[in-house]
Design a protein around this ligand. Structure first.
Ligand code: NCD
Length: 354
């Protein structure tokens, strides 16, 4: 059986996303009406990487829907510690559960899991690659709190290279008319080439700037992110980047009165605590929308089937050149590449080859 998985946002059409967002907003208005909608269903949350909000909001969502939860939040407490492969874990768990939400440090890991799963798989973050359910949360938040998803000047600030929430959000907001991106980061932490290529090819206007202070007056939305310490190859490199951007009341005084400040959280020190009381700061509200977003998603995905083949690229024998790709740690995975304008891209992690 070929289930419909959520690995990347483009696994769902624009109209499917629109209905999921509408459903999430209806649930937000009247959560009690949906209690019990998933009675008798089981969700497995497999978290190979730390998480507070994503894992607990998935669990809260399923419990509110009347379903139950199995899973692990520390793979060292599972057979992964004995050397079990991702494939074997997924084959087994997908026999127990009706839906799986998984987070893993390797890029393309959710795609890999989907090849062997007997139930729908949701990507709850695959290394520095993608995080589509955080983006769904962001879209639900903006729909309600900003009133629109189009014609926005969106500033994204911080670790744009390793921040998977940033990659998924840019992909998603590029689908809506009239959005402009202001990418605020150091030169070392700019967005990855595959995201930039998508912006260029889709003729989406964007600028790359160094100063948050200079960029802030023009923004409708400011998406702050932490510097992703765990994705740096050395502590020294992290130390050079940390503390570069701090949103404080002084900088905020230059912003529009209807600016909305989002952050996927956790915050390290990139938002001064004094900003929390500003009505423009909606990052804690955003965490509540995350529960409604995931309730809507689970309801929509349970029992969904996909006619498309799980791998759509060309099965070449060559190994992906990205050391952080799941194919480098799980050797049985069939390599697969998509061709675009003469270049090859790994189908798991999307890294350009060669
Ligand atoms: C983000 C993540 O895990 O990618 N957090 C989240 O899911 N809410 C952001 C981060 O870790 O910085």
């Amino acid at each position: 059986m070929n289930y419909k998985h959520l690995i990347d946002l483009n696994d769902f059409s624009q109209s499917e996303w629109a209905s999921i967002i509408q459903l999430a907003l209806k649930i937000a208005d009247n959560p009690g009406e949906y209690y019990g909608s998933c009675h008798g269903k089981i969700m497995a949350t497999l978290f190979y990487e730390p998480s507070t909000r994503t894992q607990m909001s998935f669990q809260t969502a399923m419990l509110k829907l009347g379903g139950r939860i199995i899973g692990f939040d520390n793979p060292q407490n599972s057979s992964v510690a004995k050397g079990e492969s991702l494939k074997d874990t997924i084959v087994v768990v997908s026999g127990y559960a009706d839906i799986i939400a998984m987070r893993h440090p390797m890029e393309g890991s959710a795609k890999a899991a989907s090849l062997y799963s007997n139930c729908p798989v949701i990507n709850a973050g695959d290394g520095g690659h993608l995080h589509p359910t955080q983006t769904l949360t962001d879209l639900v938040t903006l729909s309600r709190e900003k009133g629109r998803l189009s014609h926005l000047t969106v500033g994204l600030c911080g670790d744009l290279k390793n921040g998977r929430t940033v990659h998924s959000l840019i992909k998603a907001l590029s689908q809506y008319e009239g959005n402009t991106f202001v990418l605020i980061s150091t030169k070392e932490l700019t967005i990855p080439p595959y995201v930039k290529e998508m912006l260029v090819q889709s003729h989406i206007p964007f600028t790359e700037v160094l100063s948050l202070e200079d960029a802030i007056p023009e923004l409708d939305v400011l998406y702050m992110t932490r510097i992703q310490r765990e994705r740096f190859s050395s502590e020294e490199e992290y130390q050079q980047q940390k503390d570069t951007y701090v949103l404080d009341p002084e900088k905020l005084s230059k912003a529009k009165s209807d600016l909305k400040i989002l952050h996927p959280l956790p915050r390290v020190d990139e938002i001064d605590y004094r900003v929390d009381d500003d009505t423009r700061a909606i990052y804690f509200k955003q965490t509540l929308y995350g529960v409604y977003a995931r309730m809507a998603l689970i309801m929509s995905m349970l029992g969904s089937f996909d006619p498309a083949p799980p791998l759509k690229g060309t099965p070449l024998e060559q190994k992906c050149s990205n050391p952080r790709c799941i194919t480098s740690s799980e050797a049985y995975l069939p390599p697969s590449y998509k061709e675009h304008e003469g270049a090859l891209f790994c189908e798991y992690c999307e890294q350009r080859q060669g």
